[in-house]
Write a protein that binds this ligand. Structure first.
Ligand code: MRU
Length: 356
């Protein structure tokens, strides 16, 4: 993605690796500051996933892949102890966030390739290549989602999106934002409505920042405003991302997505889910929903008038809160899935089960 920095416009991926250091765009600082965050070992990489320095399913997947490669590169013990070490590193990375399937898919893939190595030297080379290939392929998948999805967006449309399913949530391009980006590049004239997406406000902070960087016309709206704009005829299509999709088409995405899908159905508006095949989990029958720290609900984080960033409390100290990070949308509310292999109706997604 193109980012305006003090040194001019530069191309960035959300996550990359230099030597044995995993580098991430530091997302909690956006939109107020743009900084790169460095993870010096796989434990730090795991912490960065858990604390959401990096977030968004495909981005978490690529970070997990690089994190596992980083562990391999930094292993100094005897080769006989290597498989145990690899298992522990894998568990550390997988133990960070339970819902986004890409994390499990990516680490499993890198691990399977590394385990074929017959020496530590070979394991290191394999880990470097497997993680880089994973990230490159993931970026390419999102580019294709953009190409397939852009034709759904027509001149004059209002496009609603929820959370951030942009380049920041992926290695590059985005999932829900890729069709939006590509339609804009075709010169189409449309307006994006970005749900603010409490509690962490990924829509207000990250989606709005990406759209502003690209010069795409948009409005940030309060989470409870979408129904109003649908009734007024200002929203013609909804496109969201996904954290995990199971074979029934049941789709986990950022909390609040389900409500938007119900509203879209009630108003006769098509509801699309954009996701690469790494988000489709054909083995599970249930989706684990992450419960995050209540502070995210009881407080808001932002830029104060004096230019400093900080946290303010908005609820009484006595009030307990609940904070599920995701909800699930049933297939009957989903018009189709936009993937790197084309656009599939919910009943057709099992064709994606063969992933390579
Ligand atoms: O908690 P987050 O910010 O990781 O949640 C992100 C989302 O729910 C995104 O919509 C999803 O990961 C799709 S990202 C392309």
């Amino acid at each position: 993605m193109k980012v305006k920095t003090r040194e001019g416009i530069r191309d960035f991926r959300t996550v990359w690796m230099e030597g044995d250091i995993v580098k991430l765009i530091n997302q909690p600082l956006i939109p107020h500051r743009f900084e790169v965050f460095e993870c010096k070992n796989h434990q730090e990489t795991a912490r960065a996933i858990k604390t959401m320095v990096v977030r968004g399913a495909p981005a978490i997947g690529a970070t997990g892949a690089y994190g596992l490669a980083q562990a391999v590169l930094q292993f100094t013990g005897d080769f006989s102890a290597f498989p145990d070490f690899l298992n522990r590193a894998e568990q550390t990375l997988k133990g960070t966030r339970p819902t986004a399937y890409d994390l499990f898919y990516a680490t499993d893939r890198v691990k399977a390739q590394v385990l074929k190595a017959r020496s530590l030297e070979e394991a290191r080379e394999t880990a470097k290549k497997a993680s880089q290939d994973y990230a490159d392929k993931s970026a390419e998948q999102c580019r294709k989602i953009g190409e397939f999805g852009r034709d759904l967006i027509k001149d004059g449309m209002g496009v609603l999106t929820h959370c951030n399913a942009g380049a920041l949530a992926c290695v590059d391009y985005g999932t829900a934002l890729a069709p939006i980006r590509f339609a804009h590049q075709q010169g189409k004239d449309f307006t994006v409505f970005a749900d603010e997406t409490r509690p962490r406000c990924q829509g207000a902070r990250l989606t709005a920042w990406e759209l502003a960087q690209e010069g795409i016309r948009h409005f940030v709206i309060a989470d409870n405003a979408a129904g109003h704009f649908m009734q007024k005829g200002e929203i013609d299509i909804v496109i969201v991302g996904a954290d995990r999709i199971i074979s029934s088409g049941l789709t986990a995405n950022k909390i609040g997505t389900y409500g938007k899908a119900v509203l879209a159905k009630e108003n006769g508006i098509p509801f699309y889910v954009a996701a690469p095949s790494s988000t489709f989990d054909f083995k599970s029958e249930e989706i684990p929903i992450e419960e995050r720290d209540g502070d995210e609900v009881s407080h808001m984080f932002g830029l104060r008038e004096n230019g400093e960033t900080g946290k303010v409390r908005i609820t009484p100290k006595e009030s307990p809160v609940k904070n599920p990070a995701f909800d699930t949308t049933p297939a009957r509310l989903i018009t189709a899935f936009i993937t790197e292999k084309g656009i599939f109706k919910p009943g057709e997604i099992n064709q994606l089960a063969e992933k390579d």
